[in-house]
Design a protein around this ligand. Structure first.
Ligand code: PEP
Ligand code: MN
Length: 278
């Protein structure tokens, strides 16, 4: 099948052709994989600042955190909304970290753009075509998550709604798909990483937190994702995972995050040394 503009399955893109793009001094899709880390949900200034400081101290440049949360149950905590965005801005101002947060609806775009550096489209909104079209018109970087029931082709076509509108500051995220196996929350489709690199020039990162739903599986899957060629990893971190209002089981504690960073750094250096030898 032929893809209309950016994507062509026949075209085996050379790695050197991938320049990626820059957001506030951070290159996404360049030579060095990026790490995005932060709480699932902004719960309070204290919680967010404690994660932001740890993330910053570890050398990470992008803080994640949800203010508008797409929850499966309408009875679950829905996020702090604009108050959460203000807290993220405080963290941004104090640490210099870039902030990535979710936008769930076209009506939230202007508001979220006032506070964030990168807009996130969640798995449940990958097929919200009015949102995708509107994001094609904003001058803001976007991270589009793969729908958990979406094929790679559907993800790339969803991405194309954004790029076709004129916004090429886009990267995608493999966050796990639903399979017959419920041993883990979702199934991290690592094949999608090298496959998408063959099919498109879009940077692709992985999110092992939502994919596995288990903090103890995040380090091995992150290393595997990087080895598969991912342009980055996004993880959830919480100062007290047991007390988290959302996704505590998959959140790394601050100690686990330190271990994660050590191992991820070693993998990144190893992969860079392999590339130099090629
Ligand atoms: C998130 O990353 O905050 C999130 C809600 O993830 P997903 O959309 O993949 O469920
Ligand atoms: Mn989460």
């Amino acid at each position: 099948m032929k893809w209309s503009c950016l994507f062509t399955i026949e075209q085996d893109l050379d790695l050197d052709e991938r320049a990626g793009f820059e957001v506030g001094g951070v290159r996404i899709g360049g030579k060095e994989p990026i790490i995005i880390a932060g709480p699932c949900t902004v719960e309070s200034e204290e919680q967010t600042m404690s994660v932001a400081r740890a993330v910053k101290a570890a050398g990470v440049r992008i803080l994640r955190g949800g203010a508008f949360k797409p929850r499966t149950s309408p009875y679950s905590f829905q996020g702090l909304g604009e108050e959460g965005l203000r807290i993220l801005k405080t963290a941004r101002d104090e640490t210099g970290l870039l902030v990535q947060t979710e936008v769930m609806d076209t009506s939230q775009i202007d508001l979220v753009c006032k506070y964030a550096d990168i807009l996130q489209v969640g798995t449940r909104n990958m097929m919200n075509y009015s949102l995708l079209k509107a994001l094609g018109k904003v001058g803001f970087p976007v991270m589009l998550k793969r729908g958990f029931m979406a094929t790679v082709e559907e993800l790339l076509l969803a991405a194309e709604y954004i790029t076709k509108g004129g916004n090429e500051q886009l990267f995608v995220c493999e966050r796990g798909i639903r399979s017959f196996d419920d041993s883990t929350r979702f199934t991290l489709d690592l094949t999608a990483v090298p496959l998408i690199k063959k099919m498109s020039s879009l940077p692709i990162i992985i999110d092992p937190s939502h994919a596995t739903g288990r903090a103890d599986l995040i380090i091995p899957m992150s290393l595997a994702g990087l080895a598969a060629g991912a342009d980055g990893v996004m993880v959830e971190v919480h100062p007290y995972p047991k007390k988290a209002m959302c996704d505590g089981l998959q959140s790394l504690s601050l100690d686990m995050f330190e271990e994660f960073m050590g191992k991820v750094r070693s993998m990144i250096s190893f992969l860079a040394s392999q590339k130099r030898e090629e």
